[in-house]
Design a protein. Structure first.
Length: 202
């Protein structure tokens, strides 16, 4: 083998080594880029699924139990309401609702009413609007014993995520002769239910 042949062979080997090295570098860079791009997407999807699962595990019955616990013996509703009674009492379109639970007292002298709703996706605002309308109608047009006026005026409609609640509830021991004191008492009582409702989503 001549010196010229040896030089040509070395050039070919060097060129082949250079091409191989470039290929390895390009492949490595491509792998790193794909891994970095996918990781954030996977994390976001996992977080969204986790949040969705967490919310879906909250039942309306568990929210009602939390509210009952806030009052103990002062929780007066003890009769479940069926579909017809819910539609009549709250003027609620149950086509907007995934599930609900509702109760009122057996004794008619008490105005208490509790409704917990899980609305279908995208429908909670419609549910809240209907419950607000029902609240206004009860205050302005309902027939109530004078001793219950402040309690009715203190009724609340609250919502969180796909959940909404109509809360007219509290102790009946509101015996003050002062109208402002009776109203304050009723507001403080219904706030217990509001706090219990919100605590389910903390």
């Amino acid at each position: 083998m001549t010196m010229e042949d040896l030089i040509i062979m070395n050039k070919k080997v060097s060129l082949a080594s250079l091409i191989l090295a470039c290929g390895i570098i390009a492949t490595g860079c491509g792998d790193d880029k794909t891994e970095n791009t996918n990781e954030p997407v996977d994390n976001n999807v996992e977080q969204t699924e986790s949040e969705s699962t967490e919310n879906s595990e909250i039942s309306v019955a568990s929210i009602l139990d939390k509210i009952k616990a806030a009052y103990g013996e002062d929780y007066l509703p003890n009769v479940p309401l069926d579909e017809e009674m819910v539609k009549e009492t709250f003027k609620l379109d149950l086509g907007l609702v995934e599930e609900y639970v509702a109760e009122m007292p057996m004794i008619g002298v008490h105005p208490d009413k509790v409704l917990i709703v899980k609305a279908k996706d995208g429908k909670v605002e419609d549910v809240v609007a209907q419950l607000e309308a029902a609240r206004t109608d009860m205050i302005e047009n309902g027939l109530h014993y004078p001793m219950n006026l402040e309690k009715v005026q203190s009724a609340k409609v609250v919502s969180k995520g796909n959940y909404a609640a109509f809360l007219l509830v509290g102790s009946a021991n509101n015996m003050s002769d002062d109208e402002e004191e009776r109203l304050k008492f009723a507001e403080d009582e219904v706030q217990k239910a509001v706090t219990a409702f919100n605590s389910m989503f903390n």
